[in-house]
Design a protein around this ligand. Structure first.
Ligand SMILES: *Cc1c(COP(=O)(O)O)cnc(C)c1O
Ligand SMILES: [Zn+2]
Length: 421
């Protein structure tokens, strides 16, 4: 590809809506809004800090049915909804009575984020990253990815008329590779784990200042997009917080940002500040955060992933320690489930609610089941499960466990006979 675009602007006055500065999560040092992600003082991760004006329910409700109804709470220009984009968000919150019954809980909701443009919640973070990157002066969208992010970046770049450079492990599911390649950006598959791919991206981001690696050098802005999942859940529940929420963990970013969204809604007076507990879900074959939680540790020891839940297969999760903080502060827990349980989770959700989730969704459902059985999730408290990706992306995970009841000759009798078996 030809990357002949201008380097990011060095102007210090970007219009990123309510965003005021970048602030270090470790030492609190503040720096002006810029394409930066590490603190100059301590190398800690930077996070967007805001000056929210008055935010009213009516203004949000009058907005588009997408993540842009929350633009007053995101680091994006106020004109963002006028830009071409993929308009993620506005996905269904399903009252999951059948699944609730199967799991033995009283009130359960499924947030079905398979309904996004590229069928995972990653469209939310990419929407925000692209809007911020445009304002920051970038013209190439890039990422290292476990699959879903690659799909979202390639599609959003195509629609915005940007070049894209997408890096994924070569072992990825075929559907996720095709779904990244079809948009005709530059897809590169790398022989290695996601953590190897991420290391290559860090090097490339340092050398190519005009490439917006959404989850590397634009990460502080990108990560804020996950807040929209929390905002939507609270708004769809009728402007209130759930009592419990179960969230899958890859890097741990989504979990921390949903927690942040609930706190922001509370402090802005958009919802009552009722207590809620955040629960994390991992696959046992890549469970560094769950392991740290159970051991009572603050640090997360990297692992080499080995699980069918490839979208969650980050062995060295950047936001792992912050996810531990969120879960411990709210009184939740983190649990992990085997690949066998993941498949059972996918099938349970499908047969009870008619929702076909990818392996990450299987992780969430199976973890919720395990947390209920161990008494960590309160069966009487209202619970939300985040289903973050579509089962069409991970068909192979089901293997031959799911298939036709019978294959018969073309006759009505043959069908009736088969149904008797
Ligand atoms: C990326 C991803 C997650 C979790 O992302 P974090 O890195 O923890 O923010 C969850 N589910 C799916 C399907 C994903 O693709
Ligand atoms: Zn710092």
């Amino acid at each position: 590809m030809t990357a002949v675009s201008s380097a990011p602007s060095t102007s210090t006055s970007f219009d990123l809506g309510p965003a005021r500065a970048l602030s270090c999560r470790e030492c609190g040092h503040e720096t002006p809004l810029a394409p930066e992600y590490a603190c100059q003082e301590c190398f800690g991760p930077l996070e967007v800090a805001y000056d929210f004006g008055r935010v009213r329910r009516e203004d949000i409700e009058a907005g588009p049915r997408s993540i842009w109804r929350y633009k007053g709470l995101l680091p994006v220009p106020s004109t963002v909804s006028a830009h071409p984009n993929t308009e993620p968000g506005g996905t269904r919150l399903i009252q999951a009575d059948n699944l609730a019954k199967a799991l033995g809980v009283r009130k359960l909701w499924v947030k079905d984020d398979t309904g996004n443009p590229t069928h995972s919640f990653k469209d939310r973070v990419v929407g925000v990253a692209l809007a911020a990157a445009r304002e920051l002066g970038f013209r190439v969208l890039a990422c290292p990815s476990t699959g879903n992010l690659a799909n979202a970046v390639a599609a959003a770049a195509a629609r915005a008329g940007w070049q894209s450079v997408v890096l994924v492990p070569s072992s990825l599911e075929r559907a996720k590779i095709l779904m990244s390649a079809v948009y005709d950006g530059s897809l590169i598959t790398i022989d290695g784990t996601y953590d190897d791919v991420n290391r290559v991206a860090q090097e490339l981001a340092a050398e190519n200042e005009d490439w917006a690696f959404v989850n590397v050098n634009v990460r502080p802005y990108y990560a804020e997009g996950s807040k929209t999942l929390g905002y939507e859940v609270a708004e769809q529940l009728g402007w209130r917080l759930p009592e419990q929420i179960v969230i899958p963990i890859a890097s741990g970013s989504q979990l921390t940002k949903v927690d942040k969204a609930f706190r922001e809604f509370g402090s802005l007076g958009l919802v009552d500040e009722t207590p809620y507990r955040v629960f994390g879900a991992q696959a046992t074959g890549c469970s560094p955060v769950s392991t740290a939680f159970k051991a009572g540790h603050d640090t997360v020891v990297p692992v080499r992933p080995d699980t069918i839940a490839r979208s969650l297969a980050i062995g060295a999760p950047a936001d792992g320690p912050y996810a531990l903080d969120s879960v411990r502060r709210t009184g939740g827990a983190i649990e992990d489930v085997t690949d066998e349980e993941v498949v059972e989770g996918i099938r349970l959700l499908a047969r009870t609610e008619g929702v076909f989730a990818e392996t990450a969704g299987g992780v969430t459902v199976a973890t919720a089941k395990k947390l209920i059985e161990s008494g960590k999730l309160d069966p009487d408290a209202e619970t939300v499960l985040l289903i973050t990706g579509d089962g069409l992306k991970t068909l192979d995970a089901l293997g031959d466990r799911v298939g036709p009841r019978a294959t018969v000759a073309a006759s009505a009798d043959a069908v009736i006979n088969a149904l008797k078996d």
